[in-house]
Design a protein around this ligand. Structure first.
Ligand SMILES: Nc1ncnc2c1ncn2[C@@H]1O[C@H](COP(=O)(O)OP(=O)(O)OP(=O)(O)O)[C@@H](O)[C@H]1O
Length: 368
């Protein structure tokens, strides 16, 4: 699956943009503030119904407009083109249609247009809290095991109920037990699905990271959210007083994490900015490889400011890996000279110039 055409209107400074894309690599060159990230944001919005930059609607919609729209023509299989469109209004209205039908859930959308982002915020995957790493893990498991999201949704409901009971002055032990048992039951399924995914993920990640950077002492491990030597239900029962004091569920799949370490220390405390970028890129690329292996589909890669933090050699290695994925990629850069990588001649590559919210294709033969 790839995006063959895209029309964007009134998204940030992109008032009216109509583009035809290459099936493989799409390069966007432009000065700061020209609209490159906004273009990537429009594709992300189409795949996830939200932005990667802002949780609020107002900044995304052009300041002189009431709504923004993104419309794409998706190439699905041989010669099959299907339309996917999204409209967001300042009033909060969200409308998404695919092939003439309403899309009702974000999960449905995520399956239509699987997207991976590599941008300066991706550092947060290593520097930020465990929530982002859990989301990363969830993306991977969800695309392999579709029941997973339902288990996870039910587990979150149990945790919500337990937490609300734990906030009460008088707690009904029978009521708490019901939710603890349900949580323990779901947690074991979620944990098993996550563990299965990680077992397959780690060797792929190790292989990819070794192609990008020489870090023999780098390790990635999965923590389930509780000490698995003990049954979760026993742990919840024996820690009742502690949970009551803190008014929340202290053990379970909502406390899971991925630990990336170098020489036994958290990677974000040891690695340079460039090294962190390469490790996070390796995580995202490994996820794309596994996604392809399990589903026979490709995710779309949005790579913002590819050259930032990287020397030329590392940036070229990253390009090489993206090329090897056979996915459709949208890559931005400030300086055209930073994207001097020689893409393989079999690749369909297009370059676009971005200026003041206008995006125009550039003839690569005349790019100098
Ligand atoms: N709601 C909005 N309405 C109108 N213009 C906006 C809105 N939000 C942001 N902008 C402007 O849109 C432009 C788009 O910025 P964008 O982040 O896409 O640029 P960029 O090319 O990625 O820049 P950089 O290289 O600095 O990352 C900026 O000039 C910004 O001021």
């Amino acid at each position: 699956m790839s995006i063959s055409r895209l029309s964007v209107s009134n998204l940030r400074n992109l008032r009216s943009v109509n583009l035809e894309f290459a099936t493989d690599i799409n390069l966007f060159i432009g000065k700061n503030g020209s609209g490159k990230t906004s273009l990537l944001e429009s594709i992300y919005l189409l795949g996830l119904a939200r932005s990667f930059r802002s949780t609020k609607l107002k900044p995304i919609i052009n300041s002189q407009s009431q709504e923004c729209t993104v419309f794409a023509e998706l190439s699905v299989g041989r010669n099959r083109k299907l339309p996917l469109g999204l409209k967001r209004s300042l009033s909060g209205e969200l409308m998404i249609r695919y092939a003439g039908e309403k899309v009702r859930t974000v999960a449905q959308l995520a399956q239509l247009l699987p997207i991976q982002v590599i941008n300066p915020d991706t550092f947060q995957l290593l520097e930020g809290g465990p929530k982002l790493r859990r989301q990363f893990l969830d993306w991977g498991v969800f695309h392999v095991e579709h029941l997973y999201m339902e288990h996870w949704r039910q587990a979150q409901k149990c945790i919500k109920h337990r937490n609300s009971l734990l906030r009460r002055d008088k707690i009904s032990p029978t009521e708490l037990k019901v939710w603890s048992e349900s949580l323990a039951n779901l947690a074991s399924k979620i944990d098993q699905q996550r563990q299965l995914y990680i077992d397959q993920f780690v060797p792929v990640f190790n292989e990819i990271v070794s192609q990008l950077i020489d870090l023999p002492d780098l390790s990635l491990s999965y923590y389930s959210g509780w000490d698995k030597k003990v049954e979760l239900l026993d742990l919840l029962t024996s820690n009742f007083d502690k949970e009551q004091n803190q008014h929340r569920t202290l053990y379970g799949p909502h406390r899971a994490d991925l630990k990336v370490k170098v020489d036994g220390l958290p990677a974000d405390e040891i690695l340079s900015r460039g090294q962190l970028k390469l490790v996070t890129a390796a995580l995202k690329i490994a996820q794309g490889f596994l996604f392809n292996k399990f589903t026979n589909q490709q995710s779309i890669y949005l790579i913002d400011d590819i050259a930032a933090e990287l020397d030329n050699e590392k940036k070229n290695k990253l390009c090489q890996l993206i090329e090897a994925m056979n996915c459709q990629a949208f890559i931005t850069c400030v300086e055209e000279s930073s994207l001097d990588y020689e893409w393989h001649e079999t690749k369909d590559v297009k370059m676009f110039h971005v200026e003041h919210g206008q995006i125009k294709p550039v003839d690569r033969a005349d790019k100098g």
